[in-house]
Design a protein around this ligand. Structure first.
Ligand SMILES: C[S@@+](CC[C@H](N)C(=O)[O-])C[C@H]1O[C@@H](n2cnc3c(N)ncnc32)[C@H](O)[C@@H]1O
Length: 256
C-alpha cells in the first residue's frame, strides 16, 4: 500500500471489522515469545517496563501481548479503521495504550523506545524503496541508543511462489479467496482478495500490493538508517534463512 500521502485509499479499511476473525488462528502469543527470544539473543532483552513501539500495529494484537508482559506500548498504523479495533480491544482490557494514526514513512516520535517491532510482513506494504528508507530513519529516530528493531518480511521467494494465492476452508465465519500475481521486474505482488462474511452474505473485494525486498535491499536501508548490527533468522527458528525461506525475521540493533 502506498503511503497515505500518495494514496488516501486504505486497503485494510473494508476488512478491519473482520481482521481479528480472519486472524483467529494466528498465534500472537507465540510470536511474542519468539520476538522476546530474539531480543534476548541480541543481548537486549525485553523487560517489564520496556518501552515498545508496535509499528503497523493493525488491530493491536501484538501491542496487547507486549502490554500483558508489563511493557509500556505505543502502536502506530496508517489505517484508522484498524486502529479503532485496537482501541476497542485495549479499552475492553482496561489497558492504556496510545494508538496513533501515522504513516511509517512520515512519523516523528521522540527517542524514547527500547524496542520497535513490525510484524506480519507490514514493511512489504511500503512499495517505494525511498519510503522504506524514510520509514527506517523515522524508526531509528524514535529509538534510544542500543535499542532494537525486530520485524519480519515476506521474502522474494514467498512472493515469487505466489504464496498469497490461497483460500480458507469452508466453515469459517469469513470465507476468503486470494489470487496474487508477482511481477519480477517491479518486484511488486498484486493480490486480489475476495471475502464473504457468511452471516450477512456481505462480499468484500480489495486489492493489496506488496513489494519484495531482498536481503541486500534491507541491509542497505537499515545500515543507512544507522542500525549497526543486523541478524536475519528463518522465521520462528534461530537458524539463518535459506533460499527457500518464505518469511525472514530481522533483528537490527542501534549502537550504544
Ligand atoms: C498485515 S497487517 C499487520 C497488522 C499487525 N502488525 C498484525 O500483526 O496483525 C499490515 C498493517 O500494516 C499497516 N500499514 C501498511 N502500510 C503502512 C504504512 N505505510 N504506515 C503505517 N501502517 C501501514 C496496515 O494498515 C495494516 O494494519
Amino acid at each position: 500500500m502506498p503511503s497515505r500521502g500518495r494514496n488516501p485509499s486504505d486497503p485494510f479499511a473494508p476488512i478491519a471489522p473482520h481482521y481479528d476473525t480472519l486472524m483467529s488462528n494466528v498465534p500472537y502469543d507465540l510470536w511474542t515469545q519468539y520476538v522476546v527470544l530474539l531480543a534476548s539473543r541480541a543481548g537486549r532483552p525485553v523487560r517489564r517496563d520496556s518501552a515498545v513501539l508496535d509499528l503497523a500495529t493493525g488491530t493491536g494484537s501484538m501491542a496487547l501481548e507486549f502490554a500483558a508482559l508489563g511493557c509500556r506500548v505505543t502502536g502506530i498504523d496508517c489505517s484508522d479503521p484498524m486502529l479503532q479495533q485496537a482501541r476497542k480491544k485495549a479499552a475492553a482490557q482496561c489497558l492504556d495504550i496510545p494508538f496513533l494514526c501515522r504513516d511509517l514513512a512520515d512519523f516523528h516520535l521522540p527517542p524514547s523506545f527500547d524496542h520497535a517491532v513490525c510484524l506480519y510482513d507490514s514493511f512489504n506494504y511500503i512499495l517505494e524503496p525511498t519510503e522504506l528508507k524514510q520509514a527506517f530513519a523515522n524508526v531509528r529516530a524514535a529509538l534510544k541508543p542500543a535499542a532494537l528493531l525486530i520485524f519480519d518480511v515476506n521474502t522474494v521467494t514467498a512472493l515469487e511462489q505466489e504464496l498469497f494465492t490461497q483460500r480458507n476452508r469452508p466453515g469459517s465465519p469469513v470465507e476468503y479467496r486470494w489470487r496474487s500475481r508477482y511481477n519480477p521486474k517491479t518486484q511488486l505482488s498484486r493480490i486480489k482478495m475476495d471475502f464473504r462474511v457468511v452471516d450477512t452474505n456481505e462480499r468484500i473485494s480489495i486489492v493489496h500490493q506488496q513489494r519484495a525486498y531482498t536481503d541486500a535491499d534491507l541491509r542497505s536501508v537499515l545500515t543507512d538508517a544507522g542500525f549497526a548490527s543486523i541478524t536475519a533468522y528463518d522465521a520462528y527458528r534461530t537458524t539463518p534463512p535459506t533460499p527457500e525461506s518464505d518469511r525472514v525475521f530481522y533483528v537490527a540493533a542501534l549502537p550504544d
